[in-house]
Design a protein around this ligand. Structure first.
Ligand SMILES: [Zn+2]
Length: 396
């Protein structure tokens, strides 16, 4: 089973990448290698597996067998230890020019193992303008064996000058049935749970996996989806907003604290902290304090980003709920709704509102997402939203 077989519902993209990997092998053999190019942009909605597709392609470039999935090269790529693969995963809200310049220098080196040097840039849309310009120059004049794999939600998220120099690989939201099948066959999830998780996650594979395997994740979704039917008074709106933000904070803290502790411990070890300090090089101690401070800032930025991402995911669950209410109001027959498990709430909200109300509610949620992206305090933005959800007609 090859590396591309792991991509769920992406037959077209896999076809393109298989051909390109074959062409890349031709280049190495001295041929023309039409079909291979040195800059790629992987786009697709969250959960479509952009990074997974890029990683599979990297494996196919390194593997003598076009991505067999079981040789040393393929394995090293999958666990992230291949010396010629550099993975960039921006931790904060943006990726700056200083980091980008260092990355470009590293990318310019000759491949250690003689095939390619590959940079896999996750969330490349987080590159700042300065960083993007530096990146553009690197892509315009690439060293002969360097391949850039950029990942972003859509081509529009990248500067047009970068986009036009990349071959775009478009990934699609995998069908619900394909996601359910993967959960059942690869994760041993019982069929009923697999079907529920795939439907609730609307083709977002990671999220479906979390919902299927993690009872806490299911509990958080329950808590978010119980909001619409609970907004009976102003007090309830305020309480619901508080609950949503607090749940997001807890989830984000659970994700980031594990990472933070490991990184901090690692850094302290590097700078020799924990020893008596006697005879410790003073410059090293000062360097350690600086590095620690830098790490703390990075961690803070990551925590903010994680919290924002978690709230955003909750808001998208709410959008799905109101879309399903609209489907109920328009009498959609035979469609399995993403929030089918909240059927009673869907019908209750559908009975007590007009389709226009629910369109306005969706607008209110989108407004809240924009406010959060613009750094409005989560508590304020979410509270304004729950109040609008209760009285959609008061919206301008
Ligand atoms: Zn292989």
């Amino acid at each position: 089973m090859g590396v591309f077989d792991d991509l769920v519902g992406q037959e077209r993209a896999a076809q393109t990448l298989r051909r390109a990997a074959a062409a890349a092998a031709e280049v190495l053999a001295g041929g023309s290698g039409a079909g291979m190019t040195h800059a790629w942009l992987f786009t697709g909605p969250p959960g479509s597996g952009r990074e997974e597709a890029a990683r599979a392609f990297a494996a196919a470039l390194f593997c003598a067998d076009g991505g067999c999935g079981h040789c040393d090269m393929c394995h090293q790529v999958m666990v992230g230890s291949h010396p010629d693969l550099e993975t960039v995963r921006p931790q904060g809200l943006s990726y700056g020019i200083k980091d980008t310049r260092q990355l470009i220098l590293r990318a310019a080196g000759a491949p250690t193992l003689g095939r390619w040097r590959v940079v896999l840039f996750e969330d490349a849309d987080r590159a700042t303008e300065g960083a993007s310009n530096a990146l553009l120059k690197a892509i315009e004049e690439p060293p002969p064996r360097t391949v850039w794999l950029l990942c972003a939600p859509s081509p529009d998220d990248m500067m047009i000058t970068i986009r036009s120099r990349c071959r775009v690989v478009t990934l699609v939201t995998p069908p619900v049935a394909a996601v359910a099948h993967v959960l059942a066959t690869r994760e041993n999830v019982p069929p009923d749970m697999a079907a529920f998780a795939a439907r609730a996650a609307q083709g977002h594979l990671d999220r479906a996996r979390r919902l299927a395997l993690d009872a806490d994740a299911r509990g958080r979704r329950e808590s978010v989806l119980s909001i619409p039917a609970s907004l009976t008074g102003v007090g309830e709106c305020v309480a619901a907003a508080e609950r949503l933000v607090k749940t997001a904070e807890e989830e984000a803290a659970a994700v980031t604290s594990v990472l933070d502790e490991a990184e901090t411990a690692e850094l302290r070890k590097v700078y020799g902290e924990g020893s008596t300090g006697k005879g410790l090089n003073k410059g090293l101690v000062r360097g350690g304090a600086g590095a620690l401070k830098e790490l703390e800032e990075r961690q803070k930025s990551r925590a903010t980003r994680t919290k924002r991402d978690v709230i955003d995911a909750a808001l998208l669950d709410l959008v799905t709920f109101y879309r399903d209410v609209l489907a109920v109001q328009f009498g959609a027959q035979g469609v399995e709704l993403a929030t089918e498990d909240r059927r009673a709430d869907l019908e209750k909200v559908a009975r007590s509102s007009t389709p226009e109300d629910n369109l306005r509610r969706i607008d209110a949620i989108m407004l809240c997402r924009r406010r959060l992206a613009a750094n409005v305090s989560p508590q304020m933005a979410v509270e304004a939203m729950t109040l609008s959800l209760r009285s959609p007609r008061l919206l301008p």
